[in-house]
Design a protein around this ligand. Structure first.
Ligand SMILES: Nc1ncnc2c1ncn2[C@@H]1O[C@H](COP(=O)(O)OP(=O)(O)OP(=O)(O)O)[C@@H](O)[C@H]1O
Ligand SMILES: [Mg+2]
Length: 478
């Protein structure tokens, strides 16, 4: 007498004949139930070739002639089928979810054995979810699938480049030229090196190149080399293999090269990279493949490199801090972002653009800037370039209530160091004297503003207290 199926119990033991009857009823109704709840059924032989399919199955799959499926490898008709695994391992896969186009189905896969217990084939059943009461499971699965797709999309969006060439405001010759070069560079997959002082818009240009390239719909991944501790950079770049480390990273982690595969990898502040890592980077660029930390498997990658630096790489090479070979690898196309003082013609356009953006951001009514204030801006040296201009305008907006920013509003927030450029503009002075004169004016102004407090004046001027004392002596301000 076989044991009762699981779940069938009785408080008082049944007579043997009762139990046999119950078992027969149970088996029959189970089989009947299965027939009813099956949306599709397939039987395969030991080689996972289709031996039989019920006729509901092919309709779902768009198979017009079910007979033609017979004898074919199961995957050629059901691409996601795991029947081969079942006949190979002899292990059932009791409840699984299989995707068919837009729909998901619950499937059961069982090995079929002969009397000796040898696997001779397998049966796969696709269950009708409403008949099985599987709706909660399937709908939960579908919800998770949507959530997953959603977060994948958001991640991909975060890895999209935000700016295009049109975000680079400017119509000066220097600006138009660099945009033109960028457009040309975007057509190739050659590495690009962007040079330029701080705040000139190097990162903006990197985004724009990616967006103008054929890789625009792929990832744009940025790494700021100066912002990541040296010890972490290698794993940040190449990722770690599962089990390479204990703890949080046990599962392994993709590096930036992997994340940027097919897209663009932006290496910001490349001049800050150690020579040891430069050697590793060079190898990846040359071979087109890399190894995750703790793995010895080479993975091919297709990544376009855009690098940026505000350092003078030639000088870094001479000082032995930057590898010549890497420099030539990266330097196939060089773009130089002009400093703001060399594109003053763009000031009106930049101001208009930034004032609009900032008023919008701060919820203020739209403000303008007076021609005199613009002239004031033209006299500044702009060591911090466009980022500095942004700060100056933002601070002027906060300080003033008038509809139009006047020269006084700008003067109130412009750093005291009113530029060599201004002094150079006054005729009849040699360059050295012009600079000295400009420094004298700046220092006097700062000292006045700070009530003679030298520490505060030095801070205001952005120099150390020692150099302020030196300058006071040197310029005869004592
Ligand atoms: N031509 C431009 N038009 C409008 N905004 C600009 C322009 N160039 C730069 N900016 C803005 O100026 C700021 C600085 O730009 P970005 O970060 O690209 O400069 P950077 O050269 O990378 O600076 P750093 O060397 O300090 O990293 C950003 O807020 C950017 O949006
Ligand atoms: Mg930058």
């Amino acid at each position: 007498m076989p044991p009762l199926p699981p779940g069938i119990t009785s408080a008082t033991p049944l007579a043997a004949s009762d139990a046999g009857h119950l078992l027969k009823v149970a088996t029959e109704s189970l089989l009947g139930h299965f027939a009813e709840i099956c949306e599709g059924a397939v039987i395969v032989d030991r080689q996972a070739r289709i031996v039989w399919m019920n006729d509901r199955y092919p309709k779902r799959l768009g198979v017009t002639d079910p007979a033609a499926a017979i004898g074919k490898p199961v995957e050629s008709i059901l691409p996601n089928s795991l029947m081969r695994e079942v006949v190979d391992t002899g292990r059932p896969i009791m409840l699984d979810i299989m995707d068919f186009g837009e729909e998901s189905f619950v499937v059961v896969r069982l090995p079929l054995r002969d009397k000796a217990g040898t696997v001779i084939g397998g049966i796969g059943l696709m269950l009708l979810d409403d008949a099985m009461g599987l709706a909660p499971l399937v709908s939960r699965f579908n919800r998770l699938k949507v959530d997953y797709a959603d977060s994948q999309r958001r991640l991909a969006e975060a890895r999209r480049a935000k700016y295009t060439l049109s975000s680079i405001v400017g119509a000066s010759e220097a600006c138009v030229a660099v945009k033109q070069q960028a457009r040309r560079a975007a057509r190739t997959r050659a590495p690009v090196l962007i040079q330029g002082e701080t705040g000139t818009g190097k990162e903006l240009l990197a985004h724009a190149i990616h967006n103008a390239s054929q890789r625009a719909d792929k990832a744009f991944v940025a790494v700021n080399i100066a912002a990541i501790p040296e010890t972490l950079l290698e794993s940040e770049f190449f990722g770690t293999a599962p089990g390479a480390f204990t703890g949080a990273d046990r599962k392994g982690r993709d590096g930036k090269f992997k994340l940027a595969d097919g897209g663009t990898l932006f290496l910001d502040e490349i001049g800050d990279m150690s020579t040891a890592l430069q050697a590793k980077l060079l190898r990846v660029l040359q071979e087109g493949e890399f190894e995750a930390l703790g793995s010895n498997r080479l993975v091919p990658v297709d990544v376009r490199i855009v690098a940026a630096t505000s350092r003078d790489l030639q000088a870094e090479i001479e000082a032995g801090r930057f590898r010549t070979d890497l420099y030539y690898r990266l330097n196939v196309v060089t773009l130089s972002m002009p400093p703001l003082r060399e594109r003053l013609a763009d000031l009106p356009l930049l101001c208009e653009h930034m004032l609009e953006a900032q008023c919008h951001k701060l919820g203020l009514p739209l403000r303008e800037i007076s021609p005199e204030a613009l002239q004031g801006l033209c006299r500044h040296h702009w060591p911090g370039n466009i980022r500095e201009l942004q700060n100056v305008l933002e601070r002027a907006l906060m300080m003033s209530d008038s509809e139009t920013l006047a020269l006084a509003d700008i003067d109130a927030v412009l750093p005291a160091a009113r530029t060599a450029a201004a002094a150079v503009a006054s005729p009849g002075l040699g360059l050295a004297e012009a600079i000295a004169e400009a420094e004298r004016t700046a220092i006097r102004k700062a000292l006045d503003a700070c009530g003679g407090n030298k520490a505060r004046a030095a801070a205001e001027l952005g120099i150390s207290r020692t150099s302020l004392y030196e300058k006071i002596a040197l310029l005869g301000l004592g």
